[in-house]
Every structure is written in structure tokens, then in C-alpha cells.
Design a protein around this ligand. Structure first.
Ligand code: SF4
Ligand code: SF4
Length: 259
């Protein structure tokens, strides 16, 4: 594809062509990347996680263009968030041991906030692919007007379980009754996001900052992506969020983590 402007030509060259970034240059960009408005210690923790990912890529001689693609799509953030979650689960915190979560309990799948949460392009593609074969079937909105379209309205189980995004894997509660109240706008205690979620968001924010001028790191609305999937829509472009959505999500996750 021919670049449409000198700036686009430079971006294309940096991504794929002559002068393409090396892993060392990617690591330098990560080292300098800034995420503002969030506790510095948490940003540095996410930077260490992303840096160790780059070191692993270097050790395994993964091509820099593949690493760049994973950082841009959010697959890197997703993989690293899952790795932190797996580590956490080796010695489950009290909230996990006492979780009230069970199959068919789906108050957390009532997407009250409108967009339903921030997800990466990688996750949005996965979710959309899992849901398009279900186009035309009754969905979660037949159970509750704000139900996630990925829900089965009868069993209230997720019909895209293996493709569910990080936010669905991170949300947990010790009190299903509190979740029911919160789903209608309440502020009951007992439900929240596991710590891996903030790491995932901050790694994504660092990827965005590190790749500035090369490629855009987009985020997508969970609710809109799922709605597009069950509508059989061609793609996920209409679920793309404003840049500020990731900043707001990082801020909210930090507040939730320190609450
Ligand atoms: S987070 Fe709340 S609503 Fe969701 S499964 Fe757990 S207890 Fe049920
Ligand atoms: S994708 Fe699945 S787990 Fe996530 S909100 Fe929708 S129905 Fe619930």
C-alpha cells in the first residue's frame, strides 16, 4: 500500500521497511515512555513487566516487527496481564478464596457504564470473531436492557467465554447481592478488579506512549464490540474509543486498587 503523505511514509518505513525498529530501540522507547496522572510506582512496575517481555523476545530472537505488532494490538498487554493473574492465582488472595462468583451469576455482565469497559484491539477482534456466528440469536439484552450482548439470556452464561476480555477475567466479588445492587447504580462494597488489571492497562498505556509516531494503539468498547459481533457486523471500527478512554480506565483502576 502506498503511503498517503511523507509522515505516513516515515511511519510505514519505521514499521516494516528500511530503518525498521530493532528490539533495542523498542526497549529504549519503553524506557522513556511516560504515562501521566497515575501513581509513579505503579507505572514503573508496569514498565518492568513490559521490559522483561522485551528481554524474553530478545532471548528467543523474536523479530522486532512481531513484537511491535503485539504491542500495537494490545496482545502484549493481554499476555502480560494474564501472566500476572496466573502468578496471583498460585497463592490466591482472600477475595479469590471467598469469591461468590458462579456460573449463571451475571450481574457483573450488566454493562451499566455505557461502554462496558476498555478492551484492546486484540481482545476486540477475538470477541467479535467468537460472536459473529451467533448473529440473530437472542442475546443478553433480552434478559436485561444493559446486559452484555455476549450473554445467553436464558442461562446467563457467557457465550464467548474463551474470548472474554481481561476486564471480565479480572472482575470478582465476595457478594453477589452487592453486585446486583451495583448493577443498578449502587456503590456496595465487595466487588472489584484484581490487581493484574491495573498492570494490563498500564502496560497498554506504556505501549501507546512508546509507539507514538509509529502506530496508534487503539482501545475498544466491550459493549459496542459485543453488539457489533452479535449483529454480524463486518468489523470492529465502530467500537473504537476516544484516546481518553484508556487514561480514564487507568485512573479508575488505580482508585479501585487503592480503595
Ligand atoms: S462478580 Fe458478582 S455478579 Fe459477577 S459472577 Fe461474581 S458474584 Fe456474580
Ligand atoms: S464478554 Fe462474557 S463475561 Fe464479559 S461481560 Fe460479556 S457476557 Fe460477561
Amino acid at each position: 500500500m502506498k503511503p498517503t503523505s511523507p509522515r505516513a511514509a516515515r511511519r510505514q518505513a519505521a514499521k516494516f521497511g528500511k530503518g525498521a525498529l530493532t528490539l533495542e530501540e523498542l526497549a529504549q522507547r519503553v524506557a522513556k515512555a511516560r504515562v501521566s496522572g497515575v501513581d509513579k510506582a505503579r507505572v514503573e512496575r508496569a514498565r518492568r513487566i513490559l521490559t522483561s517481555y522485551l528481554q524474553t523476545a530478545f532471548a528467543h530472537q523474536i523479530p522486532a516487527k512481531d513484537v511491535l505488532a503485539e504491542m500495537a494490538s494490545g496482545k502484549a498487554a493481554w499476555r502480560l496481564g494474564m501472566a500476572v493473574r496466573d502468578e496471583l492465582m498460585k497463592s490466591p488472595p482472600k477475595v479469590v478464596q471467598e469469591a461468590a462468583c458462579a456460573e449463571g451469576c451475571a450481574f457483573c455482565c450488566i454493562l451499566n457504564g455505557g461502554e462496558g469497559g476498555v478492551i484492546t484491539a486484540f481482545e476486540a477482534e477475538q470477541l467479535h470473531t467468537a460472536l459473529t456466528p451467533l448473529a440473530g440469536q437472542p442475546d443478553g439484552r433480552a434478559w436485561h436492557p444493559k446486559g452484555c450482548p455476549a450473554l445467553d439470556p436464558d442461562t446467563r452464561s457467557c457465550r464467548a467465554y474463551d474470548a472474554r476480555p481481561m476486564i471480565c477475567r479480572s472482575f470478582i466479588s465476595t457478594d453477589a447481592a452487592a453486585c446486583e445492587i451495583n448493577a443498578e447504580g449502587g456503590k456496595e462494597m465487595g466487588a472489584g478488579l484484581l490487581g493484574n488489571h491495573l498492570d494490563y492497562l498500564l502496560v497498554l498505556a506504556l505501549c501507546r506512549a512508546a509507539l507514538k509516531g509509529i502506530t496508534q494503539v487503539q482501545t475498544y468498547s466491550l459493549a459496542d464490540t459485543a453488539a457489533l459481533g452479535v449483529a454480524g457486523a463486518d468489523g470492529i471500527a465502530d467500537a473504537r474509543q476516544k484516546t481518553s478512554a484508556l487514561e480514564i480506565a487507568c485512573h479508575d483502576a488505580l482508585v479501585a486498587a487503592t480503595a
